[in-house]
Design a protein around this ligand. Structure first.
Ligand code: ZN
Length: 296
């Protein structure tokens, strides 16, 4: 099978399954493999699950992966992740700007920056969030091509943990480029294929990490190919680690996510702050955090 990103024929099965079928605690299922490309470093799920558009347009995806899917329950689960995102971008860089978020979900990021941004644009196929996003004053489009057709142009395009879900990630980056004004910034995050747990606890972590909604797997190596031909110069590749050290201990000791009762109270916030910084510095963090600038 040819690489879905660079078309190279030098691909092989790097993980035969099983993979996770939904959110934390869901069943592991067979019938899917993960293919890796020796040329560009891309890894991808095979086959692509059927009826993907319907999966994301209805409540089906959120029901499977988040269980509860009202805007309020999505906010409760993901609001805390916005602190780090806003800090990295900087409020001073958002004030007065037009900000477009690809895969806006229930507005978790856009709601948080609405007061300083001039205009906010939500691109989100999930119809369950449409009314909420419009009520909050965000301009709304289901898909990137809809925003492009409407001639939207933003100072900042963001996309947090969305590109791993799309059938054509190269096209997704090219769409982000089209939606940016000259001099604009694209901020992109996604799970990291060089995650420490994929090395030290492979047997237990593989079936959890590889999952039916993630068609694409990216490490640092593949980013240059991902951005090739997009119009962007080579982006700045950074890392973001979302978990404290208890998560690492938990996986290594029990082979599953969650808390470690024996470690309760051992590691305070300051410890975990340093732990996260060091994991990010090593490149083995849970997520990639990429910043690309469109030239003037
Ligand atoms: Zn490739």
């Amino acid at each position: 099978m040819n690489c879905r990103l660079c078309s190279s024929k030098k691909t092989r099965v790097i993980y035969p399954g099983p993979i996770r079928s939904g959110g934390v605690g869901s069943a592991f299922i067979d019938g899917f493999t993960v293919i890796g490309c020796e040329d560009c470093g891309f890894a991808f799920l095979d086959p692509i699950p059927e009826n993907l558009d319907r999966f994301y347009e209805t409540h089906e995806y959120r029901e499977k992966f988040d269980y509860e899917f009202s805007p309020a329950s999505i906010h409760k689960k993901y609001d805390h992740e916005q602190n780090e995102r806003i800090q990295r971008i900087g409020i001073q860089n958002l004030r007065g700007k037009t900000v477009l978020d690809l895969g806006a979900s229930a507005g978790v990021f856009l709601d948080a920056i609405k007061a300083v941004a001039d205009q906010t644009i939500a691109v989100e196929p999930g119809e369950i969030f449409r009314e909420y996003l419009i009520d909050k004053g965000h301009r709304y489009y289901p898909y990137p091509e809809d925003a492009i057709s409407a001639n939207e142009l933003a100072d900042i395009v963001t996309s947090f943990d969305v590109i791993e879900h799309v059938p054509d990630p190269g096209e997704f980056v090219r769409q982000a480029f089209k939606l940016l004004k000259p001099g604009g910034t694209f901020v992109l995050s996604m799970p990291n294929f060089d995650d420490l747990l994929l090395r030290v606890q492979k047997a237990a972590f593989d079936p959890f990490f590889f999952q039916i909604a993630h068609l694409n797997y990216f490490g640092k190596k593949v980013i240059s190919m991902l951005f090739e031909g997009s119009g962007f110069p080579l982006p700045k590749i950074g890392f973001l680690h979302k978990y404290g050290i208890e998560n690492l201990i938990r996986w290594c000791k029990y082979g599953s996510p969650g808390a470690v009762p024996e470690a309760a109270g051992l590691f305070d916030e300051a410890f975990n702050r340093h732990y996260r910084i060091e994991i990010e510095r090593s490149g083995m963090a849970s997520h990639l955090f990429i910043v690309a600038k469109k030239d003037y």
